[in-house]
Each structure stands twice: as C-alpha cells, then as structure tokens.
Ligand binder design. Structure first.
Ligand code: ATP
Length: 503
C-alpha cells in the first residue's frame, strides 16, 4: 500500500523519527537522519536484540570492529570480485535498474495472477475448495508456474555463467517496460560493484585503496581467534555485532528500506563441521520467535528459502516482513560453511582453527549467520504500529502502537492543570521515575491534546496528576492502546510501569 508508506514517511518526519538527510540543501537521495524519537526507538531495538542474543546466551559475546579493514579482507571474502549487481539502463528515460530486480518484479506480477485465480476459485467452490490440489492441477495456474520457473532458471543460468546479456534478452523477450517511461529500449547489462572505496592516507605517501565495509560479518571473522582465545570460548559459540555497513545500491528507494548507509545487527555462530544444519534450524526458530514475541502480528512474517545460493552458503533463507510494499526481506539466516574462515587463512597465512579437546583435533569451524537490518526493523515496527482510529467519543487519532518495550518514551507525566501545586507534584513524580524510564513531562494545552501528542509518538502510558493526587497520593495511568485508565498509588508506579513495559 503506497499510501501507507507515504503516511508513515510524513508522520515519521512530523514527529521527529526520521528526517531527510541534509534537508536544508534539499536532501541527499536515499540518506536519512534519525530524529529525537527515532534515535530512542533505534536504541531500544538494538538493546532488545543485544539482550536476546548476547545477555541471554552465555556462549555469545559481543564485538565492535572497525569500519575500515585491511583491503585484503574484501579480496578474501569475495566482495572485490563478486559483490556485484547486474545493472541495465533504459535508453529513453536514462533511468538505471537492476536487471535481476526487473525480472523479479515481472515474476511477482505473474504470482499475483496466480493469487487472483486462487481467490476466484475459492469463491466458486466455497468450503469444498482444496488450494493445494487446485495449484497442482489447474491448467492456467500450471502455465503461469511454468513461466515463473522458466524465468528463474534462465536468470540463474545467466548469472552463473556471467552471460549478462542473456538477462537483457530475457527482459526484451518478456516485453518488460521501464516503469517510469514505458519504454522498452534497454542498454547492455553491466556488472556494478557495490562497495564504496576511498583512499587511505594522503596520496603523496603512497595511498592505498580502502573500502567501507559492506557487511559487519568480516570484522567478526578476522577476530575469530582473538575472541575465542581471550574469552576461552568453546564451540559452539557466537560473536554478535551491531554497526554501520555501506553499499552503493543501484536503486536505493522505499524510504529507509534500502539505503546506501545502513546498520546491521549480525551474529556469527561457530559450530563443528557437520553440525551446521541442526544449528541452522535452531537459529531459524530462535530468530522467528524473537520477532513474534514483539507482537507486530504473526501473519506479518514468513520464511523465504533461497534457491540460488550465494557462493559461500550451503543453506539460506530470509525472514520476510509484510512492509507497505508487500513481503520483503527483513533478516537473513545463512549457513556460511567454512568459506570465510578458510579464505582468511589462505589470504593471511594465519591459522584460524579451534582445538576441540573432545575430538582431540583442530578444525576450521562452520558458521551460521543471522543478519538483520536495523533500519528495516525500524520500518517494520512503524508499519505495524501506525494506526488511524476513531475513539469512542467520536474524535480521531493517529497512534503508533509501538511495543512498549521499544517505545521512545515509556511514560508521559501530565499535570491536569498548570496551577494548585499540580505541576510541582508532577515534577516530583517525574524525578522519581526518570532514572528507570525515559519520561516526558508536558503541562501545555488541554489534556486531550496532550494525550494525542503522546499517541502520535507511541508513548504507551500517561500519568495524570489531579487534585485527588494531592489528597491521597494516587494518579491515573492511561493505557495508549485501549484508552483505559487505572487509579494507582504513586508509590506503586515504578513497579507497575516496569511490569507493563517489559516483554
Ligand atoms: P537485499 O536482497 O534486500 O538487497 P541482501 O540479501 O543483500 O538484501 P544481506 O546481505 O543478507 O541483504 O544483509 C542482511 C540484512 O541487512 C538484510 O536482511 C537487510 O535487513 C539489511 N540490508 C541489506 N542491504 C540493505 C540496505 N541497502 N539498506 C538497508 N538495509 C539493508
């Protein structure tokens, strides 16, 4: 729903979550800045991930590696030679596209046709409808499926053999038009490396080419032995890291979903060779549970298994989320074999092995990776949270139903009136809460208006101080999602709020 995406972008800007980068200079395409509420939400997502991955697992520890790494790192990892996207330009509009994405979008259109057929048949047959049987037997559907399989097979063959103009031929054969101009005149397909490079040091003293890391994972691999030895880690164990990554995406669009500078939360889990499939399944299950516990809607997630595996993987899948643009990748789970550690052994001449006391031998461990984009997670939260509602009294509100544990502010402290000692009491309550919770104090405007302001930034609880508070030391605690109010003793606030905002 394009409209929902537009609304989220506008709301995120108006309420200090996300601003276009360098806006006073008319912005920079696909770069964004996180505002006062955005940075809180990001920090809370990071901390929720870190706690689940590091704090809750005795055998996972953290790392914060440098963004700049020795250039050979990227030779070893395959990024210098193979981190490319096939790019194609439209001759009329001069717009640039990823050839594989144009084909994938075409496939999505055929898939939508299948869905339509299924819907029609479901209506026609009612209760007697058997979807699996229909998909396996209906002539029209089978024909669509065959078209999809053909495109996938030819795309895979073209990419693997690096015969990139086979992609162009396929695009022309399918009559795919430039979504902007409608033109079908395409250039040849060229490889485009996604890494940003720059010079290290000044040119005069022999500068060398250096890259901005396109993933955080390699910082973990090159530190594998440092962490294993100093932390006395035993296989299986993991190393987790949160940090920026950079990719010169050919098409960066759809708000913070695809940017050229973004942040990843990655964990590399080192296991005994042969045990990797069991751990791959373990991490698939563990990661989907992490998502579902947040309550963004179980139906908003699905797994997508990779059929075309990257050069380093022997199994891979994505966790997709139902973004306003449809189901798209939010997190990747990859069984990376011993590809990276072996490649670093070869290029560095240093052993990167674990001595297994039980087996009494050394080996290069296999790796399971979980990798989630912080910015995509942020967009997933906003997508599920954004609601326009009509309240019981007929008034309208826009509310962000952000999970309480992630909300930028946990409570707002609101004296009903700006007199009679209510503000002073409010300040006192604020002071007793603000070490434990991020709180906002607001005494301006009518109370209804102040509730709306807190709804719009997703504050789950509002504490209202009234005249009764001065008599019996109780306040009302208003729940964002239900508008319900409970009367509660001031002395019980900290306990009650912590109970409410914990997962
Ligand atoms: P895509 O297919 O969407 O380009 P990818 O498969 O290249 O993504 P990975 O290399 O698996 O992505 O990266 C792990 C995670 O990092 C992704 O699941 C995604 O959440 C995030 N990510 C990757 N590229 C970007 C980007 N350009 N902007 C924001 N987040 C990104």
């Amino acid at each position: 729903d394009d409209n929902l995406l537009k609304k989220i972008i506008a709301h995120a800007k108006e309420y200090g979550f996300v601003f276009p980068s360098s806006e006073i200079y008319d912005g920079l395409a696909a770069a964004y800045d996180y505002g006062q509420n955005g940075v809180e939400l990001r920090n809370n997502i990071k901390s929720f991930w870190w706690k689940a991955m590091v704090q809750m697992n005795e055998n996972i520890v953290g790392l914060d590696a440098s963004i700049f790494m020795h250039p050979t790192t990227w030779k070893a990892s395959g990024h210098v030679d193979a981190f490319n996207d096939p790019m194609i330009d439209n001759k009329d509009s001069k717009k640039r596209y990823r050839a594989d994405v144009l084909l994938e979008e075409h496939i999505a259109k055929i898939e939508a046709k299948i869905d339509k057929e299924v819907d029609k048949a479901a209506k026609r047959f009612g209760d007697a409808f058997d979807k699996d049987q229909y998909l396996a037997t209906n002539g029209r559907v089978l024909d669509y499926q065959k078209q999809i399989d053909d495109i996938n097979a030819r795309m895979k063959a073209a990419l693997e053999s690096e015969k990139l103009n086979d992609l162009k031929a396929l695009i022309e054969e399918l009559g795919i038009a430039d979504p902007v101009s409608g033109s079908k005149k395409w250039t040849d397909v060229r490889q485009f490396n996604l890494m940003f490079s720059t010079e290290l040091g000044s040119l005069a003293d022999g500068a060398s080419k250096i890259y901005l890391r396109p993933e955080t994972a390699q910082g973990i691999f090159v530190n594998f032995l440092n962490v294993q030895k100093t932390g006395r880690m035993k296989i299986p164990f993991g190393i987790a890291q949160i940090g920026k990554a950079f990719r010169n995406e050919i098409i960066a669009r759809q708000f913070i979903f695809r940017m050229r500078e973004f942040e990843q939360m990655e964990m590399q889990f080192f296991v005994k060779p042969g045990d990797e499939m069991q751990w791959y399944e373990h991490w698939k299950e563990t990661r989907i549970k992490w998502h579902k516990i947040l309550g963004l809607g179980e139906d908003n997630y699905r797994f997508h298994d990779h059929l075309n595996l990257a050069h380093y993987a022997n199994a891979a899948c994505d966790i997709e989320f139902n973004f306003p643009m449809g189901f798209k990748e939010l997190e990747g789970i990859h069984s990376r074999t011993d590809f990276d550690l072996k490649a670093h052994e070869e290029h560095s001449g240093k052993k990167l092995q674990f001595f297994d006391p039980q087996e009494n031998k050394s080996y290069v461990p296999y790796v399971i990776e979980t990798s989630i984009g912080l910015d995509r997670m942020f967009l997933a939260v906003l997508t599920a949270a954004y609601k326009e509602e009509t309240l019981e009294d007929g008034s309208e509100r826009t509310v962000l139903k952000i999970p309480a544990a992630l909300a930028p502010y946990k409570v707002a402290v609101l004296p009903l009136l700006k007199k009679d000692g209510l503000p002073e009491k409010g300040r006192e309550i604020m002071d007793s809460l603000k070490f434990d919770f991020n709180c906002q104090y607001d005494e301006k405007d009518a109370i209804g208006k102040r509730y709306r302001r807190q709804d719009a930034i997703g504050t789950p609880y509002c504490i209202t101080i009234d005249h009764q508070t001065l008599e019996d030391n109780t306040v009302t605690l208003r729940h964002r999602d239900t508008s319900e109010q409970e009367r509660i003793k001031v002395s019980e606030l900290t306990g009650r709020v912590s109970e409410l905002v914990s997962i």
